[in-house]
Every structure is written in structure tokens, then in C-alpha cells.
Design a protein around this ligand. Sequence first.
Ligand SMILES: C[S@@+](CC[C@H](N)C(=O)[O-])C[C@H]1O[C@@H](n2cnc3c(N)ncnc32)[C@H](O)[C@@H]1O
Length: 424
Amino acid sequence: MIERRGAAAYEAVPYTSLPYPRTHPDHLCSMARLAGIAAPAVEGAAVLEIGCGSGGNLLPMAAHLPHARFVGVDLAAAELARAPFVPSNVELRATSGTTVEGRFDYVIAHGVWSWIPEDDRRALLAAIRRVLTPTGVAFVSYNVLPGWHLRGAFRAMLRAHTAGRGAGEAVSAAKELLAYLDRSAPRTGAYRAALDEERARLAAADDGYLFHELLEEHNHPVSVETFVAEAGAAGLSFLCEADPLANPTAGTRRALLPLVGDDPIAVERALDWARGRSFRCSLLVREDAPRGPRPGEGWFVETRLERVGDSFRADDVDVQVSPRVAADLERATAVHPDAAPIGALDDEHVALHEAGLLVLRPRALGLSAEGAPTAVARAFAATTELAWVGNRRHEPIALDPALRAALAAPETARPLLHALAFLG
Ligand SMILES: C[S@@+](CC[C@H](N)C(=O)[O-])C[C@H]1O[C@@H](n2cnc3c(N)ncnc32)[C@H](O)[C@@H]1O
């Protein structure tokens, strides 16, 4: 029977590997600098991804940052072997992230921490602290409570129903059980709402997600304060969430003051309770990382906001800004999908970034209509192993037949590749 734990589980059921923009060093650098940590320059950084799988996240990043150095580690050699192309600035190691050595400015552990045994979770945080440079930044994602109290009920049922079965058979049996629950559960009420949400999540995912999230042995959600305490025991401090929209605004903190006080982790916990959050992507820094003011210079802005009369608009959001910020937005709109440099950062830029209306970057991306797609993008397009590829903004773009053809013959499809941010 195929095992349901450790590397063997990933060899039995591969996990879809794709680019996650929030793990990109550009984003980690911006978020850390906004919080007053002098995060290292990205262009020449050393980057480690723990649990990199078949490289869907790591390899496109490395292709677009040829002067940075990347190491990807994964316990499952079979996952690493699915990487279609490994650029010269990348080293892939079939080993545990808990024993990794070296010095890294940016460390990514996405989809790993909650899904390994307790000793390994402790060792993973210790390893991150050991390898992180003094102002380096780590991205760690994990499952959290209280959202997982609800999800855990379905995981328990599915695991009980599929116990003793091999991986492939377990996935089919889990789907049968979910269909039965859908037919038989009450049409209304809290149980129905939770079931529908779980089914919707699984409908948008693939068998790899279902298997590794709901059927495998290890999945240990914790409260945010437990995670922060475990990070603290390893010498790491919580900085913020990777998603700007997931962080408390000044207004939220003020509103929560009478209820939970001003302790930042008490505020985070209250937000998890309020939102019923089940998943976090947290940024960690060394406990001894020096903190200062956020830098005013050296920022680039990327935005899709377009001027309409006196205001700026994206989708159906209207934004009023000062004349100075308006000039920055106009320059950025003109070079979109690249980013434009701005004179000096102020609170207005930061508020727009926190609202998801612009992206603050530490550099321009170097997009040009004359450029060429990277060797990684072309190799991904030429294989059926991977269904997604990252562009220069590290967005996941589905490798449909039209994009595969465009990447195979870039000269004939320049407008499409430029619009999708592949050329540079
Ligand atoms: C759920 S997948 C996530 C893959 C990828 N990071 C992502 O988010 O798409 C977890 C990956 O972590 C790997 N893994 C598990 N324990 C590990 C460890 N101790 N060290 C390195 N990799 C590990 C697994 O083999 C698997 O490839």
C-alpha cells in the first residue's frame, strides 16, 4: 500500500507547484522595509525555498533574477526530478529543510510547517533562524484556528472513511463521501454552510490538494499565538502577514483597543477569531534584527489605476489622491505592467498599498516589448509536467495551448507576451 506520510506520500500523489507572488523576494523586501527592517537588495540576494516541490515557484523567480542565488530543498526526490529546467543560479537538494545549512536573505516555506511532525516543526523554525542573515526575511505559511476547527471536522470524517486505503483509492473514496454528504446533509444551517465552503474549496483545487490537506497523516493547525511563541522560541519574531490586506490597519487597531488592548499578537488573534481564518502566510525576521524608520527613497510603484477625470479608477473603485501621488500614478500607469520609480514615499502611497490599489516594489522589473521570455518559461511551456508558469511579476499564468505556442515562438506573439509580462 502507498504510504500516506512523508516523502513517499508526495511520490505517490504529486502536489501542483505554481508561482506564489507573495513569496517573491521583491514582495518580502517591500513588506519588511515598510516595517522598518533594512531587508537586503533583491537583485543579488541568496534565496532558500524549503519544500520547493517540482520548482513551480522557485524556478520562475530564479529565471527573472539571474544575479541572485537560489537553493531549493525538498524531502521528495521524485518531486525535484519533475523540474523541467534548472537555471545555473539554482541548486536543488533532496534533503530536509530541518538540516539545511548556509546563509540566506530570503527563506520561503510555503505549505510545509503545518504538514510535518512536531519535532520537525520545531527544527524547521530553528533552521530558518540559523540560516537567515541579520535583516533577512522568512515567509512561512501554516493552518490556523479557529477556521480549522470547522475544516478539521471534514478532515476527520474523510480520514476515518479512507483509513487503510492507498493514495489513489483514498482520493476516490473521499470524493464519494463528499458527494454523499452533499446529498444528505440538511439544506440550511451552519453545517450546510461549512460543508458547502469545503466543497467549493475542493472544487477549485486538484487531487493533490485534497490528498495532502485532508487525507495525509500530518496537518496540525495552531492558533496564531502558538505559532508566534514557537517562532519566538527559535529566535524569530512575527513581522506581519504577507498579504497587505490581511494586516490590521491603524483604524482596526484603534477599534480593537478597548476589546483586546494594543498587544500586536492579541490583535492578530482577534482578527483570526473575527474572520474565522484557517490559513496564514506570515513573515518572520530575526529577533535581533535592527528596526528603524521605513526608507523614503528607492521605491517603485506598479498600478492598474487609470485617471478618469479628477480621480483614479481600477475596476469600480474610485481613488482621490494628492497632485504629487497623481503624478506617480500616471507614470506607473504609462509603464504598466512594469513599475515606475517614485520621488519619495509618503503615507498616501502606503495607504494605497495596504488597500491593494498599488504595489510598492523595491525595483523595476525590466519589462520591454523587445525582450525575450526566459529559458525557464520556454522549458515550462515545452513540458506537460507543469500547468502554470510565472511571469516577471511572478503571477501564475496558466499554460494553455495559446501561451505554450507563444512561448515556443516568441517572435510571432510579442504583444501577447508583453501584455502578460513575459518579455524582458
Ligand atoms: C504541500 S507541498 C507544498 C509544495 C510547495 N511549497 C507549494 O506550496 O506548492 C509540501 C512539500 O514539502 C516537502 N517537505 C515535507 N517535509 C519536508 C522537509 N522536512 N524538508 C523539506 N521538504 C519537505 C514535501 O515533500 C512537499 O514537496
